[in-house]
Design a protein around this ligand. Structure first.
Ligand SMILES: [Zn+2]
Length: 454
């Protein structure tokens, strides 16, 4: 029987990690011949707009062909999840678990597509649960329903007709939790160069910092993101890891596919917390505000909305500042709620410059007598020459057409500003195009020592 086990929000700001829970759970199940994975473990990132996410808003799903009783399987996973949560539980996390029997249906599929771009109200969750009837087993392990929403949404996102990538995650041994991560920086740089095109977002060269090492007390030592399982294994084997590892696992994931961006044609559909992409015209000149953020207005012809490139996006703001009213662009990002100082604002995570409006500079006319640039003589009083005193009322202004230093094309923030779902421009053209119904995992689970061999 085909079953899908989803878990979410097992992690918390204090430690623990849902991927680590799955790593440990598989440690128990992989030796059981009655539990056969029909896919790599899935790591499904959900809407980045949700205001309460702990770190990444990601659900984990195991898709299993099993001869065991699904109720037993669910109970076993539940008991183990409760143990894990007891160790790491944080009052703000809302862990949940669900097991779905059979192939994913359209109800679940639509639910998860919505959870990728939007906020799911608990009323919708209740409706879906009642529609799924006895095909679903579930439990809110602690707190509210957020983890349960994630579990169901993860189950519904099969990635058999959408783009996907892989991530290898390695875990630390417990005595090192909270300690600085000991992975040779030089080896990360060498790997990033050697594996360019096969892996991505490994290193931020501008700030000279590795991107594969998280910060914080969680069990994750490092994560390597790439196009294929063999690439992330090869990259992992190049790293000089100077601390013991519990092991490593490879997830198939919707990370860095832009799966969260809902295409809309009308800013009226740019609801708060929704992730969107829309073609619009620039409506006001970008300006830099306190804190270094760059803000401009866009219009769809009917509505006007603010777009912001925030300070952490670094040099990306310089590109944005070159926009002028009339430019045709596609903007992508999460809609942030209004505050006392601004309306709803699209948090710009990628920019597509489609067509440039003419860049014009309008100048006062030159003096017909001496050639100096005339000055205004005051409102409705015409011009006056600052050099020879010539006065004139109705001379036409001089219009200068300038070449833009901005080219049509795609622009993105530096790698360090990337969130889990954002697709880097370097991945354009590498999107998966073939989708076998089952992607049988081969080498994906490693115990103990790192793979480095000098
Ligand atoms: Zn003059």
């Amino acid at each position: 029987m085909l079953v899908h086990l989803g878990v979410d929000d097992i992690d918390s700001p204090r430690g623990g990690c849902t991927t680590h829970f799955i790593y440990r759970l598989l440690g128990k199940w992989l030796d059981d011949p009655r539990v056969k994975l029909i896919d790599y473990p899935n790591l499904i990132r959900l809407s980045p707009g949700v205001p309460w996410k702990t770190r990444g808003n990601g659900a984990l799903v195991l898709r299993i062909d099993t001869s065991r009783d699904p109720v037993d399987l669910f109970e076993e996973a539940l008991v183990y999840a409760e143990e894990y949560v007891a160790e790491y539980h944080h009052p703000e996390s809302q862990p949940g678990i669900a097991l779905y029997m059979g192939e994913v249906n359209d109800v679940l599929k639509r639910f998860s597509n919505k959870a990728l771009s939007d906020i799911i109200p608990s009323t919708l969750l209740e409706r879906i649960l009642s529609k799924l009837g006895d095909k679903i087993l579930y439990k809110r392990i602690a707190g509210g329903h957020r983890g349960l929403i994630g579990s169901l949404a993860g189950i519904g996102y099969r990635m058999i007709d959408t783009d996907y990538t892989y991530e290898l995650i390695a875990y630390r041994t417990e005595e090192n939790y909270g300690e600085p991560r000991r992975v040779s920086k030089d080896s990360i740089k060498r790997m990033a160069i050697a594996m360019k095109g096969k892996t991505f977002l490994n290193y931020d060269w501008e700030t000279d910092k590795p991107l594969i090492l998280p910060h914080g007390p969680d069990p994750v030592l490092l994560g390597i993101r790439g196009e294929e399982p063999e690439y992330v294994i090869e990259a992992y084997s190049m790293l000089e890891i100077e601390e013991p590892v519990e092991g490593a696992i490879i997830f198939r994931t919707n990370q860095h596919t832009d799966a969260h961006l809902m295409r809309i044609n009308n800013l009226g559909e740019a609801f708060i917390y929704r992730s969107i992409r829309i073609k619009v015209r620039v409506y006001s000149k970008p300006r830099r505000i306190r804190g270094g953020h760059v803000i401009f207005k866009v219009t769809d012809g009917e509505h006007v909305m603010d777009v912001a490139a925030y300070e952490p996006t670094g040099g990306f703001r310089k590109i944005v500042e070159k926009l002028v009213p009339g430019d045709l662009v596609e903007v992508m990002g999460v809609v942030r709620p209004m505050s006392s100082s601004h309306g709803p604002t699209i948090n710009l995570e990628k920019l597509h410059v489609i067509a440039l409006a003419p860049r014009v500079k309008i100048l006062n006319p030159r003096c017909p007598r001496c050639g100096s640039r005339l000055k205004s003589a005051g409102k409705d009083k015409g011009y006056k020459c600052p050099r020879c005193g010539f006065r004139a009322k109705d001379l036409p202004k001089e219009i200068i057409y300038q070449d833009s230093t901005l080219e049509p094309g795609w622009y993105e923030p530096p790698p360090r500003a990337f969130k889990h779902l954002m697709k880097p421009i370097e991945r354009f053209g590498r999107e998966k195009k073939e989708f076998p119904p089952y992607i049988m995992p081969d080498k994906f689970y490693f115990k103990g020592e790192p793979l480095y061999s000098p």
